[in-house]
Design a protein around this ligand. Structure first.
Ligand code: SF4
Ligand code: SF4
Length: 111
């Protein structure tokens, strides 16, 4: 096969029938704003924790919806709960509550 200097990237497809979305359902029931995120990234741009780690709320929300529950429950501990993301979110989402709910579920599961 000819070498064109690049390769196709691996599929990033998620089969939602084969992953758990229990955390996404629990968080959205307690905090309906969870479903309003438009992945704009404003929270990431202003995130205090993001200055020191790779933490980002946009990724947290997105990946919980895709079923990456255990990994994201661990990630939630990086949030410093400063509230800057709440101030800049164009959808007025209670972002800190989302982090707190994820942490609560991590605690319940002993993570
Ligand atoms: S600022 Fe709000 S709408 Fe934008 S990615 Fe963050 S949580 Fe979602
Ligand atoms: S509350 Fe957490 S997610 Fe929001 S800006 Fe502060 S450290 Fe980042």
């Amino acid at each position: 096969m000819a070498d064109f200097g690049y390769t196709s990237i691996a599929s990033n497809k998620t089969d939602l029938d084969s992953v758990s979305t229990a955390l996404a359902r629990a968080v959205s029931e307690a905090e309906p704003g969870f479903n309003l995120c438009i992945s704009c990234g404003s929270c990431v741009a202003t995130c205090s924790a993001g200055r020191f780690t790779r933490f980002g709320l946009r990724e947290l929300i997105h990946r919980i919806k895709r079923g990456d529950e255990r990994l994201m429950m661990a990630e939630a501990s990086k949030c410093m709960l400063c509230g800057k993301c709440t101030l800049v979110c164009p959808r007025n989402i209670n972002t800190r509550n989302i982090v707190l709910l994820v942490r609560k579920h991590a605690e319940i599961q002993g993570l």
